[in-house]
Design a protein around this ligand. Structure first.
Ligand SMILES: Cc1cc2nc3c(=O)[nH]c(=O)nc-3n(C[C@H](O)[C@H](O)[C@H](O)COP(=O)(O)OP(=O)(O)OC[C@H]3O[C@@H](n4cnc5c(N)ncnc54)[C@H](O)[C@@H]3O)c2cc1C
Length: 341
């Protein structure tokens, strides 16, 4: 029997698994895809994330996971009235597949048993033990004292446990060869309601221009994306020679109160699946911090489930308040976030 089974090998799962394992706990980490797995992401590591990597993983983000321009200098928002807000801050630009794979390697070096190509289908608690049904080449069961569910946005497992259907935002981004009159070192977000139903964004990865929009109504992706391209052509002289890739993903729709689901019994939630996500979709730092906090809470109160929950909530309280403050700040700079009022 494992002490803890961690579901998912994203930034959240790797942080939780590594923290527990280096403190002597017997940890199995399950990832449904083959590592390194693909994850749609702008791959912007803000300063806080870079610092958390150093703190939790004892190493700097390696050059091997970065893309050019490696240095991100901050974010530039344009609100619904066309007003520009600059947030200067040093960060990094990475490919998520390589970054998360590196985190999983670090976890594995600390003794975590990382098992990829395996899906967690079900968690059933019985007499202080969680029976976890897994599907790899065959379907089988493992047992653990606790499960930390870090399965990311779609959260089929959590949906089964809570029996609810969350609201999602669909993201769509294209990677393009071409040119534009913007500084490649920044991440740009556009909050004008005619460009998206949430936000539209631009950033650069290895000389590819990434242009994305997020929508609540899936059917409108094409219309909004084309409008965004037209806007960028008109305002920043965007020229696209060739579109090389496109991807569609989901984001949880987090409202102003930033509701968090901490878990049910011996199955705890952390990262995006729990609801930890900062405004404009920055979720890696929130994932890592919540993954670390849940691991600490489990370690400190291994024999007392109730205490784990109160400790976990206390540890993430500063992060939760920060998220709420950030959401009200974004709601203040734009009328576009009507749902948020
Ligand atoms: C378009 C887009 C751009 C973004 N850009 C940024 C950005 O620039 N910076 C930033 O900080 N954040 C960004 N985010 C948000 C960020 O990607 C997420 O918040 C973050 O990845 C959450 O980390 P996680 O570990 O909780 O989940 P994930 O990274 O999604 O990892 C969850 C893992 O669990 C696995 N899994 C799921 N279900 C199961 C199962 N049943 N069994 C086994 N494994 C399972 C998945 O395959 C996945 O590997 C972006 C998101 C989107 C959609």
């Amino acid at each position: 029997m494992y002490d803890v089974i961690v579901v998912g090998a994203g930034a959240t799962g790797c942080t939780a698994a590594k923290t527990l394992s280096e403190n002597g706990y017997n940890v199995l980490q399950i990832e449904k895809f083959k590592m390194p797995r693909y994850k749609s992401c702008s791959g912007q590591l803000i300063k806080k994330t870079v610092d958390l990597v150093q703190e939790y993983f004892g190493a700097a983000v390696p050059a091997s996971v970065m893309c050019t321009p490696t240095e991100n200098r901050g974010m530039i928002f344009t609100n619904d009235k066309g007003k520009v807000f600059r947030f200067e801050q040093p960060g990094l630009n990475v490919w998520r597949s390589s970054f998360d794979n590196w985190l999983a390697m670090k976890a594995s070096e600390c003794g975590v048993e990382v098992r990829d190509c395996t899906t967690v289908l079900l968690c059933e608690e019985n007499n202080g033990i969680v029976n976890v049904t897994l599907r790899g080449e065959k379907t089988y069961t493992e047992t653990a004292k606790f499960v930390i569910d870090c399965e990311g946005v779609v959260g089929r497992l959590k949906r089964k446990i809570l029996n609810n259907t969350p609201q999602y935002i669909t993201t769509f981004q294209t990677y393009n060869q071409g040119s534009i009159d913007l500084d490649y070192h920044y991440f740009y977000a556009y909050l004008q309601p005619e460009l998206s139903e949430y936000d539209a964004w631009f950033n650069v990865k290895d000389n590819l221009l990434v242009l994305g929009v997020s929508v609540k109504d899936n059917e409108k992706i094409g219309v909004y994306h084309q409008r965004f391209l037209d806007y960028m052509k008109e305002h920043y002289n965007l020229h696209i020679d060739k579109q090389t890739k496109a991807d569609k993903w989901l984001m949880p729709h987090i409202l102003p109160g930033c509701n968090i689901d901490y878990g049910v019994g011996r199955v705890l939630f952390a990262g995006e699946i729990a609801g930890f996500l900062n405004p404009m979709g920055e979720g890696i730092s929130a994932g890592m911090e919540s993954g670390y906090c849940v691991a600490q809470a489990v370690m400190h109160h291994f024999d007392n489930v109730e205490m784990i929950y109160s400790d976990y909530k206390e540890r993430v309280e500063p992060l939760h308040s920060y998220m709420k403050r950030q959401w009200s700040f974004v709601a203040k700079i734009t009328d576009a976030f009507s749902d948020m009022k």
